[in-house]
Design a protein around this ligand. Sequence first.
Ligand SMILES: Cc1cc2nc3c(=O)[nH]c(=O)nc-3n(C[C@H](O)[C@H](O)[C@H](O)COP(=O)(O)OP(=O)(O)OC[C@H]3O[C@@H](n4cnc5c(N)ncnc54)[C@H](O)[C@@H]3O)c2cc1C
Length: 563
Amino acid sequence: MTQTSQGPATRAALPILLTVDDDPAVSRAVARDLRRRYGQDNRVVRAGSGAEALEALNEIKLRGGRVAAVLADYRMPEMDGIEFLEQAMDLFPRARRALLTAYADTDAAIAAINVVDVDHYLLKPWEPPEEKLYPVVDEMIASYLAEPDPEVVETKVVGHRWSAPSFAAREFLARNAVPYRWFSVDEPEGTRLLQAAGVDGSTLPVVVPPDGTPLVAPSTTELAGAVGLSTTPATDFYDLVVVGGGPAGLGAAVYGASEGLRTLLVEREATGGQAGQSSRIENYLGFPDGVSGSQLTDRARRQAARFGAEILTTRDVTRLRVNGPARVVSFGDGSEVAAHAVVVATGVSYRALDAPGVADLSGRGVYYGSASTEAEDCAGRDVFIVGGANSAGQAAVFFSRVAGSVTLLVRGETLERSMSHYLVEQLRGIGNVSVRLCTVVDEVHGDGHLEALTLRHVPSRTSEKVGGSHLFVFIGAQPRTDWLDGVLARDEHGFLLTGPDLLVDRRRPRGWALDRDPWPLESSTPGVFVAGDVRADSVKRVASAVGEGAMAVTLVHRYLGTP
Ligand SMILES: Cc1cc2nc3c(=O)[nH]c(=O)nc-3n(C[C@H](O)[C@H](O)[C@H](O)COP(=O)(O)OP(=O)(O)OC[C@H]3O[C@@H](n4cnc5c(N)ncnc54)[C@H](O)[C@@H]3O)c2cc1C
């Protein structure tokens, strides 16, 4: 494809005029005349054959461009203009279409025009263009602009509504604050994108980043790389490596980098951690009207990056070891980075709901956390939320704004025991929220997606099957610290012990070689600090996690012997 009228990057957003002719001289002449009159407000693209033009259209579709008009020569070898326009219509149905014909072909062309939906035909040569070409193209552009295609410059995700991998891709992009547009495989634009990508849709999702290179069922690491998230460390040695990108890790990264430490933050999924999934945090200092968790943590991520912290996503730290003065962390693929000091801020993960059917329908109606990407789809539907703590209460408030009904399923006898007073009061004032106490989920049902739940009222031992399309699970969380077994001291639940908690009968932890006790937040390995929810006896709050992240950095400085 030869492209003319190229200009600055912003020109990519202009509507495109595409012309295709197998005669290079004619092709150049059309492009020249079009460029002269329309080059300011349009991009002119020319191709030398139908196949080449279709390839260009596929690329334009994948990059989210808009095609205002297509001018095709009638008589071309292999694929004539009519055939080409027919196929072009499949990809860009709103683009206006014109056929260029020689005088001798007029009758054949007119006959063909009646068969396919072509707006105009133009006789070659069209001199002077002011009389014979521009009036027609003016009309084509005006008619297109009266009803143009929406411009889609962001990443496009084509998937199936009830598919766990499609859900995972959307969730990943949302949690990493990557703008994207969702297209169901059943809708026409979804089908067009698949056609442009040259795939049949049997494997989904198909993700098309702004550069237009389609990815079929990408792994999160592939997806991260394609949308510009960093996945590989820039170097192999840092002052500080922070493991975990929740509030505690982000806090450590902001303070570490802003105080001059070469800081690497490694996050397994998406920065933000649990807080990033909270629909509204009402009690974080400085936000009298509350703030959504994703907004808060997205700002923190940008702040850390602005101070120079390097942030890796989709990298799982699987091992920590001591190598002399260095602390070495390994990734799932066996690669390693080393640092003078490490902050472990790996938080906690949701506990799984143990009931038949849940595993199968996970991501297809059953979700862990608030899954804000699902909000739109909950409109008017019956939503169930399992859990009695603040996180479940926040989710109930959030979904009540769109759902037909929200039912909170609580194992305990009262809500007050597990949920903050302000939330209980808020829920009481919402008409479409109801609470079922002493109730557990016995089973979930559905063919391909959630359709019903069997609920059991524990005291009366009665069960009931109720219809529902969405179930959000908030039933507590546990630290995932198995990878630190035998490396750092943990309590019986897997939380990491720090500072004075490590002293047993005033004796320092086994293997501790320094002539001092572990500092607060310091683990059983000197130079490895722990911050946030993963720390034994920590306060499970955003503010305390951020505070511990900051405090850990102060201790890192002390450990490194710097002020
Ligand atoms: C829905 C919900 C609502 C909440 N609402 C509030 C509220 O209103 N107010 C409040 O104060 N608190 C609230 N909380 C609690 C608060 O979010 C947590 O206390 C806080 O997020 C803890 O931060 P953290 O950084 O210690 O851990 P997390 O937020 O759990 O972050 C840990 C991060 O580490 C990553 N990680 C784990 N293991 C590894 C590994 N091996 N390698 C790399 N990365 C890893 C995880 O993917 C995660 O991103 C809420 C929690 C939830 C779930």
